[in-house]
Design a binder for this molecule. Sequence first.
Ligand SMILES: Nc1nc2c(ncn2[C@@H]2O[C@H](COP(=O)(O)OP(=O)(O)OP(=O)(O)O)[C@@H](O)[C@H]2O)c(=O)[nH]1
Ligand SMILES: [Mg+2]
Length: 309
Amino acid sequence: MEIEKIVEGVLKGDTRSIAKAITFVENNPSDADRVVNAIFDKTGNAKVVGITGPPGAGKSTLTDKITKNLAERGFKVGVIAIDPSSPFSGGAVLGDRIRMNSLSTIKGVYVRSMATRGMLGGLNRACLDAIDILDAANFDFVIVETVGVGQDEVDIIKVSDINLVVLVPGLGDEIQALKAGIMEIADIFVVNKSDRDGVDKLLTVLSHFNSMTDKNIPVFQTVATEGKGIDKLVDFILPLLSKGDLKEKRKKRLFERLKYRIMKIIQEKTVEVIMEKSGNIIDRELIKVAERESTPYKLAQTLMELLCK
Ligand SMILES: Nc1nc2c(ncn2[C@@H]2O[C@H](COP(=O)(O)OP(=O)(O)OP(=O)(O)O)[C@@H](O)[C@H]2O)c(=O)[nH]1
Ligand SMILES: [Mg+2]
């Protein structure tokens, strides 16, 4: 299908076109602009909800339930599940597919997995493009699920309008909570698997965190597998996304998101142009670096100068 046709379909909310558009921006980094440039003026309405947390915390199950809840309320929801590149969560791809399979049959819901593997970076750029595609296709919400392990995974979620950090009792709460590197991006803590022992201990850790950081991040308890606590959580999130204070926060995050995105595009394009222009310079000069006749910085500088040529 031609890009123009795909774009036309996206704007009509056609599922097949959406799928094609996302695959296109994933696979054609140097042509992704053709899609995004054509739809960008139709974006800016979807609210981006990040769901992150340690491997196995129940993020997919929670995403599934939140999505269904929003769909029942009449919202269109797009889900992007980022398959972790991290070795901690092997098998997540299949797992997510099974857990979220039931979603794809619901009207107004679109689910998509995006994998880090084999993408040579560029995942976050592609993910942001995908958010735009769903936004332009008139989805009210885009939920991005990612494991809070690895810099890319944390970076991408940083720029959501609202972030749910999912934690579970057990698993060494203190370590999980404080070392995860995701605590500071939380707008809401979700204590999932509340049916398990150790909930009180985790709640204590979180209230310590709140008093230490003076942030007062709301804490919700859920049992995602049973759908417990979901309605309350969604009830809380919805008005929050239209409240004044979050509007300010959204604006700030939108600017951060755009800036982050532009930097990602520059990174990707820069490498692309350099690779194109460098011919056999890299291979030739690499030997010199390896033999310590040159340095990595010097070679990088030489290559960067190709950009202006
Ligand atoms: N007991 C209990 N189990 C749960 C709950 N929520 C999810 N699970 C189970 O925990 C396991 C992991 O759930 P997922 O939803 O795949 O977790 P995830 O965080 O998406 O996992 P990764 O994407 O692999 O990091 C599954 O077997 C779920 O059925 C819960 O509230 N209580
Ligand atoms: Mg998952």
